[in-house]
Design a protein around this ligand. Structure first.
Ligand SMILES: [Ca+2]
Ligand SMILES: [Ca+2]
Length: 416
């Protein structure tokens, strides 16, 4: 999912697509400001044709709610029976939102194995005067066990350094069958969002842009040998850096002493009432266990059990002194879910984007606040509620963090 950024440079318009490895740069003679009725063709994504065909929607998604956010206000419409919607738009790059929830009759026409709930998209829309503009929209699926909330923003203690131990993330069983956590893996994969003085962007490419493996230093394994840690449909699992009551320590701290699991580091507290995750990656990385989101960017993953003794390993080119530092490859087919987040602005160094390949996450979210880090401590990134059916809440999973997650206040242990 290339994000296209347009910068006006006098009489020329420089269109730079932030694609993998840099991307194409096109010079256009002059800026064109088309104002008028533009047709958007709301289509199913190519990977979702089994869902689309069951509904007869291959050529277009009908009755989809479409919103395009422009500087002069939102343009809102609903697609017709052929999936087309006419909106008044000028040229530029805008944020587009599309939502289409299946009704009960439609849901029954789709094979159960697809787990489809509808279609949804939040992405960039490039309006350049051509019409109609195709807008491929992925299916929203139940999927199963997924990451439902992510809250690893550091707090700032007055007169002290940052307090990064009050964070947590949450899993939710969005499917209709019980799953077992035993042996599953969680952690953070390489992010490398910007170019450092001693490295080029390309140094990290073989780790960041491997289509077969997500490469991670941080790997934690759930305890249990098979069926000791079930999660029923609609069940929530909280994983805290420190499963303690943070309220006496830090303003706006949470009581995480009832977390389902906690992480243990080399200089840590250990609440005996909270089961510990098992360190399975680089052992010396974290003093208190898993803390995601260094520099406010992350690739946080959830994976099926993997025999790590047989997993591939390699060292990053940009860290020659760190001989002990090895990244472990976790296969794409073992990935259950990935939440990726890209900090918006504030980089001293040039960015190296995207964070990861779309096969792992179609587009990264970017939900950083503009305020200082200590105000973001109370903020979490939470998966949106998509539909409630038969008393069950189904969250939005389209394999795109940008589409699926929103910024909000923390709701530990509770889904929206
Ligand atoms: Ca800990
Ligand atoms: Ca413990």
């Amino acid at each position: 999912m290339a994000q296209c950024i347009r910068v006006s440079l006098g009489v020329i318009l420089l269109a730079a697509c932030g694609c993998l490895g840099g991307g194409a740069v096109a010079i256009i003679d002059s800026p064109v400001a088309h104002v008028g009725s533009i047709a958007l063709q709301i289509l199913p994504e190519t990977g979702d044709m089994a869902v689309a065909d069951a509904l007869g929607w291959r050529a277009g998604i009908p009755s989809a709610q479409v919103v395009v956010h422009t500087p002069s206000g939102d343009r809102v419409g609903t697609s017709d029976a052929a999936g087309k919607v006419q909106l008044s738009l000028e040229s530029g790059s805008f944020v587009i939102e599309v939502n289409r929830v299946l009704n009960d009759a439609e849901a029954q026409r789709v094979p159960t194995v697809e787990g489809a709930l509808g279609f949804a998209l939040v992405s960039s829309l490039l309006v350049d005067g051509s019409t109609p503009i195709p807008v491929p929209v992925p299916a929203a699926r139940k999927k199963g066990l997924i990451i439902s909330e992510w809250a690893f923003n550091s707090a700032v203690l007055p007169g002290v350094t940052g307090y990064g131990f009050g964070g947590y993330f949450e899993l939710y069983n969005n499917g209709d069958t019980t799953v077992y956590l035993d042996g599953m893996l969680v952690g953070e994969a390489i992010t490398a969002p910007f170019k450092l003085n001693f490295a080029t962007c390309q140094d990290e490419d073989r780790l960041k842009y491997d289509p077969l493996f997500l490469w991670a230093e941080q790997i934690y394994r759930f305890p249990g040998s098979g069926r000791e840690h079930p999660v029923i449909p609609g069940g929530v699992v909280v994983l805290a850096t420190d499963g303690i009551d943070h309220r006496p320590i830090i303003a706006n701290g949470l009581d995480l002493s009832h977390a389902d699991f906690e992480f243990i580091g080399f200089n840590d507290v250990d609440n005996p009432a909270v089961p510990n995750m098992i360190q399975a990656g680089q052992p010396y990385l974290d003093s208190h266990g898993f803390e995601a989101g260094g520099a406010a960017s992350t690739v946080t993953y959830l994976a099926l059990p993997v025999d790590l003794t047989r997993a591939p390993r390699q060292r990053p080119l940009s860290n020659p002194p760190s001989d002990a530092l090895a990244y472990v490859g976790i296969g794409r087919t073992s990935m259950l879910d990935v939440y990726s987040h890209l900090r918006r602005g504030g980089y001293t160094f040039p960015p190296c984007l995207p964070l990861l390949l779309p096969v792992f996450d179609r587009e990264s979210a970017s939900l950083t606040g503009d305020a200082a880090a200590n105000t973001d401590f109370v903020v979490s990134h939470a998966r949106r509620l998509f539909v409630e059916r038969n008393g069950r809440k189904y969250l939005l999973w389209t394999h795109s963090s940008r589409t699926d997650f929103v910024r909000g206040t923390r709701t530990v242990g509770v889904v929206p």
